[in-house]
Design a protein around this ligand. Sequence first.
Ligand code: ADP
Ligand code: MG
Length: 273
Amino acid sequence: MAIDPLRKPTPQDGTSGPPADLVRFDHVVKRFGDHVVLDRLDFGVQRGRHVTLIGPSGSGKTTILRLLMTLERVSDGVIWVDGEPLSHMRGADGELRPASEKYLRGARRKIGMVFQQFNLFPNMKVLQNITEVPVGVLGLEKEEAEQRARELLDLVGLSDKVDAHPSQLSGGQQQRVAIARALAMRPEILLLDEVTSALDPELVAGVLDLLRDIARSTDIILLCVTHEMGFARDVSDTVMMFDSGRVVEAGPPEKIFSDPEQSRTREFLSAVL
Ligand code: ADP
Ligand code: MG
C-alpha cells in the first residue's frame, strides 16, 4: 500500500534520518484562528505513486495541497518532501526551525499546482503565462522557456493559442494552459485541486484525458483532489478518504470504491457516485 496513515511518525528531534517517502506529513496541525482544520495528520506518499484525496467539502483536502504548495504554513508538525523538510529548514545545529521565505522559494520548486479556478495571469498572453515563472524564478533564458512552452502547448493541444489572452479561451482551454504552466516548472509532484469542477460538463472529459496521458507518460507524482471517481480509479494507485482533517482509510481504488472498510467512506461514496 502506498500510504500507511497508521504508521508511526518519525521522531522530530531533527537528528533522525529523513523519511523514505516522497511526501510525508508528520503530526501536521493546521489551525485558522481557533479552528483546527488538520489535527496531527500523519501520512506518507511513496515515490512513483499517484494518489487521490477524496472526502466531503471542508474535510481539509485543499489545505493539504496548499500546505504542500507552501501557500499556507503549518501550525505544528513537519512536512517532508524528497527527504528534505518543506515546512522547516535545518539550522546550523541540525535542528528544524520554521522555514524562511527564501528557503520556501527553493523548496517549492519541486512542486506544481493546478487550481479549480485556473488562476491564469489575465493580462498576459498564453505563451507568457507559461514562461513568466520559469524565466522570472528559475532564471531560464527566454528563448529556451518559449520553446519549452510551445512544446507544452502542443502537448495540451493548444498550439494555435500561443498569442491568445486567457479571456479568449474556453474554461477547458484555460485549464489546459494552467496544466502546461505547471509542467513548465518540471515539477516532481503535481497537485491537482478539483481541476475540472469549474468546467462546463462537455469540457471535463478532454481535460481528464490530458491528465490521464500525463499520468501514463511521465513520472510526475500526481496528488489529486477530485470528485471524478472514474478518473480517480483510472489514474491512482491509492485513494485516501478524509473526513474532518483525518484519514478515514486509504487503499487501492478497487478496494476503496468497491469494498470500503469504513461506513463514513460508504456514506460519502453513495452520496457522490
Ligand atoms: P476541502 O478542500 O476538503 O473542501 P478545505 O481545506 O478547503 O477543505 O477547508 C477545510 C476547512 O478549513 C474548512 O472548514 C474551511 O472553512 C477552513 N479554511 C480553509 N481555508 C481557510 C482560511 N484561509 N481561513 C479560515 N478558514 C479556512
Ligand atoms: Mg477544496
